[in-house]
Design a protein around this ligand. Structure first.
Ligand code: HEC
Ligand code: HEC
Ligand code: HEC
Length: 133
């Protein structure tokens, strides 16, 4: 009886260890830093890719503002952001509306990436900011 209990206990412990390992999502902490390249359509439509300085925004706003209220999924390339949505005040446009932050007419401040880049996140503390790459 005791033997079975101990074996069950060990199995339980193993399951706990496995669960703890899964809880550490690789790459997640670094995502707070760095710049996100958004280029689902920009290049195709003749605009430079968008460089979104994640860290710059993250130190000013809570995660939930963007990843819950604004509906930005927490995965690079997972969001279908259209320029018309931004002008309608969705996604980036909730703040980049000329009152909370400068407005959607400042094309080059967002479309600042070098052409031909894939959507991705580039890590590192701090942001390179618009126009640097
Ligand atoms: C101002 C808006 C904003 C804030 C605030 C913000 N994020 Fe993000 N986050 C984004 C956008 C935009 C993306 C890129 C989504 C895409 O490429 O479609 C992103 C991407 C991510 C990703 C995906 C990275 C990857 O490698 O796929 C993670 C993880 C993430 N954010 C975590 C966080 C956490 C944690 C916080 C708070 C500490 C936070 N974000 C705050 C807008 C924001
Ligand atoms: C929750 C509000 C909010 C959202 C959402 C948001 N921004 Fe911003 N953003 C700001 C504020 C505030 C500033 C600072 C404006 C200033 O300095 O006048 C800023 C500044 C910037 C800058 C300039 C950074 C620098 O180094 O000066 C870029 C580029 C930028 N945003 C791009 C984006 C893009 C692209 C999106 C959507 C993917 C987005 N932002 C979504 C609030 C927001
Ligand atoms: C606040 C940041 C921001 C500003 C300012 C901005 N854009 Fe965008 N734009 C985006 C984001 C984010 C996307 C989605 C990028 C992607 O996935 O390719 C986008 C996508 C686009 C696209 C792709 C096709 C479409 O309709 O979505 C075009 C074209 C475009 N923008 C043109 C412009 C022009 C022209 C201006 C200036 C009048 C401008 N943008 C200003 C953030 C911005």
């Amino acid at each position: 009886m005791t033997g079975r209990c101990r074996r069950a206990g060990r199995r339980h412990l193993a399951a706990l260890v496995a669960a703890a390992a899964l809880a550490v999502v690789p790459g997640a902490p670094q995502a707070e830093y760095g710049d996100v390249v958004l280029n689902k359509r920009s290049d195709q439509e003749g605009m430079r890719p968008v460089i979104f300085p994640h860290w710059f925004h993250r130190i000013r706003f809570r995660c939930a503002v963007c990843h819950f209220e604004l509906g930005f999924k927490m995965r690079v390339g997972a969001n279908d952001v259209l320029m018309s949505d931004i002008i309608d005040g969705k996604f980036c446009g909730m703040c980049h509306n000329g009152s909370i932050a400068w407005g959607p007419d400042r094309c080059d401040l967002c479309h600042s990436g070098l052409p031909g880049q894939k959507s991705r996140i580039v890590g590192g503390h701090g942001t390179k900011g618009p126009g640097r790459w």
